[in-house]
Design a protein around this ligand. Structure first.
Ligand SMILES: Nc1nc2c(c(=O)[nH]1)N[C@H]1C(S)=C(S)[C@@H](COP(=O)(O)OP(=O)(O)OC[C@H]3O[C@@H](n4cnc5c(N)ncnc54)[C@H](O)[C@@H]3O)O[C@H]1N2
Ligand code: MOO
Length: 409
């Protein structure tokens, strides 16, 4: 077997990112835009507030009419209009006149202050009069048109993911549709003659398949649409049929798991050597990696089959690529320096990515999620991956770089 190229994590990721094409922009209604990444800056369509609006339930007045008002000597004003929120009317207010007004209603053009209910007596009944017991400052309790944001102002730059808070902010700025990057279409193919997909009986030599739900779910969390999944045995024709089906499903990206090791039945490496380069990355898990472009044009990742290795490989290589395909400004998750709750020996000659549980009630201390880092069930309690430099023994209390996964937040 030819010697394989050795490279660092950063070198491999840089090669992947260099192959990522510019995102394709599409326009979608704001109500459907959750999870998409903005392809262009989103700007306010309207002033916020759109009109001078009342910040209090109370009375819109001429401030001068109540300039001497006090509890001992209230100013007495005639209530000539009633302005619930949503009212379109703009009543004229002569000297000595006030309008009852609710929070969020447009302040009459003639008024220059709103007196809150707490500083008034009466006015809610039908006497037609209200007493002001504290003098309002000029402009009091009026939120001026455009005070928060002006029409045309940038609310969010290109490259930002639209979460719920961002969608609400855009809605409040009158935005009804946004230009976003198309979601990458992803196919996930797991390989291994030992794999029994959910619902299939387990016979000797077979194990439950878990990388399809793992990688498909992670791809969706990274903003992709999963258009095809398959589990195939270690046979080249079966893999080729699955790749053809991924092509028919118009996948942009194909992610395979397994079949990249040095063994005898390494179906992905056998079938795709050439279009993909198979390399060894100085990391554990996730050492063997395949990446390239299939003859049909799709970007393809050949990830190792061990479920923890597949999860780490996705995090380190595939997720940044999927985000780059969406033009995302930030391709990395937050890396926190967190204290180790326990010591552990991470010596291996490679950078280690250790699945860790994080304890938010103990200074966010990290501990390996399981004693055996390769068992897939460690993923059940994994909150992050500690990134441990080569040949490191971690002692209790040491600060370790930890990639924070989404689950705790
Ligand atoms: N002689 C050597 N053997 C191995 C080496 C090596 O350098 N020399 N490297 C090891 C490393 S590191 C890795 S990683 C694996 C890479 O192997 P593959 O990517 O070909 O993975 P498989 O052999 O197909 O599977 C490995 C392991 O994971 C289980 N698996 C695979 N796919 C799934 C799935 N979809 N769901 C659940 N579990 C899965 C599989 O049953 C194996 O136990 O090679 C090492 N060997
Ligand atoms: O690279 Mo393998 O994923 O170390 O276990």
């Amino acid at each position: 077997m030819p010697a394989r190229a050795q490279r660092t994590v950063d070198e491999h990721r840089a090669e992947i990112l260099a192959a990522i094409p510019a995102p394709e922009a599409v326009t979608v209604p704001l109500r459907d835009a959750g999870g998409y990444t903005l392809a262009a800056a989103a700007r306010a369509r309207v002033d916020g507030p759109a009109f001078d609006s009342s910040a209090m339930d109370g009375f819109a007045v001429h401030a001068a009419d109540a300039a001497l008002a006090s509890r001992e000597a209230p100013a007495r004003l005639r209530v000539v209009a009633d302005l619930p929120a949503g009212s379109g009317s703009d009543p004229a207010l002569g000297p000595g006149e006030a309008a009852r007004i609710m929070t969020g209603a447009a302040v009459p053009t003639d008024a220059d202050a709103v007196v809150p209910l707490e500083h008034t007596i009466g006015g809610l009944d039908h006497t037609g009069e209200v007493e002001i017991v504290r003098r309002p400052a000029l402009g009091a309790n009026i939120r001026r048109a455009g005070e928060d944001v002006r029409a045309g102002a940038e609310i969010l730059p290109a490259g930002v993911r639209l979460g719920t808070l961002q969608l609400a902010a855009l809605a409040s700025a009158g935005v009804t549709e946004v230009e976003v990057a198309a979601r990458p279409r992803v196919a996930v193919i797991s390989t291994g003659s030992e794999l029994a997909p959910a619902g299939h009986a387990l016979t000797r030599g077979h194990i439950p398949e878990s990388n399809v739900p793992l990688l498909a779910g992670l791809a969706e969390q990274a903003g992709a649409i999963v258009v095809h999944t398959a589990t195939v045995p270690d046979e080249v024709p079966a893999l080729e049929r699955a790749l053809a089906a991924a092509g028919s499903a118009r996948a942009d990206v194909v992610i395979t798991s397994g079949g990249v090791g040095p063994g005898a039945y390494e179906v992905v490496r056998i079938a795709l050597d050439g279009p993909l380069s198979f390399v060894t990355v100085a990391m554990r898990p996730g050492r063997p990696q395949g990446f390239g472009r299939l003859p049909s044009g799709q970007l393809a990742f050949g990830l190792p089959g061990t479920p923890v290795g597949a999860a780490v490989s996705f995090e380190v290589f595939v997720r940044p690529a999927l985000l780059a395909l969406q033009g995302r400004a930030e391709l990395q998750r937050p890396v926190l320096r967190l204290p180790a709750a326990v010591g552990w020996d991470a010596r291996s000659g490679f950078r280690r990515y250790v699945p860790v549980a994080i304890d938010p009630s103990a200074a966010w201390a990290v501990r390996p999620a399981a004693s055996d880092g390769h068992s897939s069930v460690v993923l059940a309690t994994t909150d992050g991956f500690a990134v441990i430099p080569p040949d490191t023994v971690v002692r209790p209390g040491d600060l370790v770089d930890t990639i924070l996964l989404g689950g705790l937040l």
